[in-house]
Design a binder for this molecule. Structure first.
Ligand code: ADE
Length: 242
């Protein structure tokens, strides 16, 4: 499928900055609407329009709008406003040492994107809670760009409770983050393919406190993300998506 408009949804300014600067994207003054904190940047890659939506800051807490609610809103408004034919959710994530992850690795979501903290043990609602949104076939782009592949597992917390861990294992999750499944739900409603690209800031199955490892590696991982995301948008603009 040929791509004419790609929308990249990113939660944190620090994650997005290297990419926005590298591609010299221009900020849209109107964003996604007057009442909304999201920031919008535009540019073009090999003839395709490129839109980047960044979550912006919470008006009371002054921190980045991370996790599922802003991600859902960003995805919905980006789709309605820019009619993208490809969505990309790019950001940082926790990885698993036991699964071979290293800090700075960039994963592409493969197989499925699932929730690990929507536990609803009632028939039908249990599957709805996990979501299991399909990903496009990313084997070729993973190979060409040197990306690791894995199931992305989404929750609304940075830490990992034993119950989260159990669900991530059941999900076969390789990447733990806070936005992709929320965006995948919107993408599925509109039948738009979603690619998740996640750079590892922390290893959640080690003794190092996640928040410390995350803060320590955010800049490094965001730079790694920028390189792979730049390659990916060129690849999708040039070759489309299966
Ligand atoms: N983003 C970066 N690291 C993360 C983690 N360990 N859990 C959820 N989101 C993350």
């Amino acid at each position: 499928m040929k791509i004419s408009t790609m929308a990249v949804i990113m939660a944190m300014t620090d994650e997005a900055k290297p990419f926005i600067e590298a591609l010299e994207l221009k900020k849209l003054a109107c964003g996604l609407g007057d009442a909304l904190p999201m920031e919008v940047y535009t540019g073009s890659v090999e003839g395709a329009n490129l839109i980047v939506v960044v979550g912006g800051k919470d008006q009371r807490f002054g921190v980045d709008n991370v996790a599922t609610q802003p991600a859902t809103l960003s995805a919905y408004l980006a789709i309605e406003q820019f009619k993208p034919d490809l969505l990309i959710n790019a950001g940082t994530a926790g990885g698993f040492k036991a699964k071979g992850a290293e800090i700075g690795d960039v994963y592409i979501g493969s197989g499925a994107i699932r929730f690990h903290d929507r536990r609803i043990p009632i028939p039908g609602f249990d599957g709805y809670g996990v979501g299991s949104y399909k990903t496009p076939d990313v084997d070729k782009v993973a190979e060409v760009l040197g990306l690791k592949k894995g199931v992305v597992s989404t929750g609304n917390s940075l830490d990992m409770t034993p119950e989260d861990q159990r669900m991530i294992e059941a999900n076969q999750g390789a990447v733990k983050e806070m936005e992709a499944a929320a965006i995948a739900w919107v993408a599925e409603l509109y039948d738009i393919p979603l690619v998740a690209l996640k750079a590892i800031t922390d290893l959640v199955d080690t003794d190092t406190p996640t928040q410390d490892e995350f803060m320590q590696n955010l800049k490094f991982a965001s730079e790694r993300l920028q390189k792979k995301l730049t390659d990916a948008v060129h690849c999708f603009a040039g070759e489309g998506i299966a």
